[in-house]
Design a protein around this ligand. Structure first.
Ligand SMILES: *Cc1c(COP(=O)(O)O)cnc(C)c1O
Length: 363
């Protein structure tokens, strides 16, 4: 087998090698049943069991009680949730409050505006998203439908470390790029959604964690296929879900548990990101971090070099040396290293070494 690259792709992103190997074993024969999981009816026992176990594992890893929360699985990616959330919960006569901290949060806000009144509760756009907005003392009206935030800003490389107190107003988060990567009081959130392709598995499946009482608040004026309640009452099997993507996700969740769960992964993730941030901070300005230090993400580390040409050279040389996915998002440029749960520490160490060497040669 060709050697594996140091994969810093922002998403779809690295999967644990162990998981890929395990999936290889079961691609043709699933559980000795003579066919693959991709060929099975979604009404079969193995698929029902797969969904049930995935729901249980995800809630367990997030530290959320099963009697209060459901974990649902559906297609469409996080972007579909940008619309599905307001369709369900931005009901007649109420407005929703959006916290803007980066381009994905703006997209979520944009979609909500097609459905109802979506206000801006806080924003750091004027600071070019170089930090996350201060959310202490947010002015949230008691009758707001919900408050929406993006806990980790994948494109910009920032994250929230404090969360708003929204009283009785449901707090809802897009956690696509940090779910299960750090310890949070997940129970502060009434709903959490995440496209799987960053920390949970391959593209094609989206996890929606929702507090059970929220299901009753959902609109009954929208088609069944868009209602969270439909997914809940049918255990995510109302229609055919992307079964194989869910299977891969379950393997990643099991791997996550074997690593020691969220507390252990958080420690490792902090250490991994610190290897890269240290090189940036000790480079005397050769590498310039984009995000204010207090708001830096451990998942997406972003920085710039003195010129576009130097950045291009950095990416080019990194690719020659076995690194993948280091070019910044096309909308912001610069360099971005996405070090999700499945990216091994050795890859981050190799990147830190490469960065130091590149500076020695070009600085
Ligand atoms: C990747 C990402 C998205 C978009 O996800 P899709 O599955 O491509 O729709 C949305 N929000 C955040 C925070 C992301 O990281």
């Amino acid at each position: 087998m060709a050697t594996r690259l140091y994969n810093f792709n922002p998403g779809p992103a690295a999967l644990p090698l162990e998981v890929l190997e395990e999936a290889k074993q079961t691609t043709v024969q699933y559980g000795g049943r003579g066919i693959s999981i991709m060929e099975m009816s979604h009404r079969s026992k193995p698929v029902e069991q797969l969904v049930a176990e995935s729901e249980q594992l995800l809630l367990e890893l997030a530290g959320l009680p099963r009697n209060e929360y459901r974990a649902l699985f559906m297609g469409g990616g996080a972007s579909a949730q940008f619309a599905m959330l307001p369709l369900n919960l931005l009901t007649e006569g109420h407005a929703a409050d959006y916290i803007l901290s980066g381009s994905f949060s703006e997209k979520a806000h944009q979609e909500a505006q097609y459905i109802g009144e979506a206000r801006i509760a806080a924003s750091s756009k004027e600071e070019q998203w170089h930090r996350t907005p201060d959310v202490r003392g947010l002015n949230i009206q008691a009758d707001a439908a919900y408050v929406h935030m993006t806990t980790n800003n994948t494109i910009e490389g920032s994250r929230f470390n404090t969360f708003p107190d929204t009283g009785n107003v449901p707090l809802i988060a897009d956690m696509t790029s940090d779910l299960l990567s750090r310890e949070l009081d997940y129970s502060r959130f009434s709903m959490i959604y995440a496209g799987a392709q960053k920390n949970l598995g391959p593209a094609g499946i989206t996890a929606v964690i929702i507090r059970r009482d929220m299901l009753e608040r959902c609109s009954k004026q929208i088609p069944l296929i868009w209602r969270y309640a439909t997914y809940a009452s049918n255990d995510s099997l109302y229609n055919t879900p992307p079964v194989h993507a869910l299977y891969m996700t379950k393997l990643v969740l099991e791997w996550t548990k074997r690593q020691g769960g969220v507390p252990q992964l958080e420690t490792v993730n902090r250490d991994k990101a610190a290897l890269i941030y240290d090189v940036i901070d000790r480079s005397g300005g050769f590498y310039e971090g984009i995000i204010e230090k207090s708001d830096r993400s451990d998942m997406n580390v972003t920085w710039r070099l003195a010129s576009k040409e130097l950045e291009q050279l950095f990416v080019q040389e990194s690719e020659q040396q076995g690194f993948e996915g280091l070019a910044g998002h096309r909308s912001v440029g610069g360099i971005r290293a996405s070090a999700y749960n499945a990216v091994p520490r050795t890859a981050c160490q190799a990147l830190a070494d490469f960065m130091a060497d590149f500076q020695r040669r070009k600085g």
